[in-house]
Write a protein that binds this ligand. Structure first.
Ligand code: 13P
Length: 253
């Protein structure tokens, strides 16, 4: 059984004070949760304090990005060594906004995934097609290529912690959610590709999250299908009540 994973991607929102205020309200709302693994991904300046605050809670904390090297002259970057040193346990890799605005490619995603696994960070690798690709029936091609390059040269035995987030670019921040059937179809494509590269044991153990305009009112429906193992939530994770309600609805599936 794959444990449901519900992750919050706060993107470039929330100061440290705003993060602290969120946590004060959020922790009591999820204190009885045992069904889902909950992960918060705040912006870098908030990361140490959020890790500290979550220490006695059943909530994990991840970064939204990292460099693949342990250290070096790379101004503005954060290394996996720094993330593990402060107690972060997860890292988002290859979010479509990183690909779109910061020139991330499938090749850098591959480097970052290898590095996360070496540094014992749980990688959440983001994939997804653009609207024009879906309209031209290229969704399967895009997903297969993104997954294939991401996993290139990685020993299947090291892929136990792998998490994939399917985030169709046309559904991010648009209010336009994939139907559960569209998401389930994409997740099956992704799982089949993982199976063909790394074997069916790895594929069956890999959690595949859906992301893109997940809200309290659609989280239950999206997470009720067998190949959808949770959600990566942007806008609706910024409010503690809304994010807690998403978790409650997803876990009551
Ligand atoms: P929204 O939930 O705001 O559409 O963002 C999704 C996302 O990009 C999560 O990583």
């Amino acid at each position: 059984m794959r444990k449901l994973l519900i992750a919050a991607n706060w993107k470039m929102y929330k100061t440290p004070a705003e993060s602290a205020a969120f946590l004060t309200n959020f922790f009591p709302l999820v204190k009885d949760n045992t069904t889902a693994e909950i992960v918060l991904c705040p912006a870098m300046p908030c990361l140490p304090a959020v890790v500290e605050a979550a220490r006695d809670e059943s909530v994990s904390v991840g970064a939204q990005n990292m460099h693949w090297l342990s250290e070096g002259a790379y101004t503005g970057e954060t290394s996996p060594t720094m993330l593990t040193a402060i107690g972060a346990t997860h890292v988002l890799i290859g979010h479509s906004e990183r690909r779109q605005y910061f020139n991330e490619t499938d090749t850098t995603v591959n480097l970052k995934l290898k590095s996360a696994l070496v540094h014992s960070l749980i990688p959440i690798v983001c994939v997804g097609e653009h609207l024009n690709e879906r309209e031209r029936n290229l969704t399967a091609d895009v997903l297969n290529l993104q997954v294939s390059v991401a996993l290139e040269g990685i020993d299947p035995a090291s892929l136990g912690p792998l998490v994939i987030a399917y985030e169709p670019v046309w559904a991010i921040g648009t209010g336009r959610t994939a139907t559960p059937e569209i998401a389930e179809g994409a997740h099956k494509i992704i799982r089949a590709r993982i199976a063909s590269i790394a074997g069916s044991d790895v594929a069956n153990a890999t959690r595949i999250l859906y992301g893109g305009s997940v809200k309290p009112d659609n989280a239950g429906k999206l997470c009720c299908l067998g190949d959808i193992d949770g959600a990566l939530v942007g806008g609706a994770s910024l409010d503690p009540a809304s994010f807690a309600q998403i978790i409650a609805n997803a876990t009551s599936r």
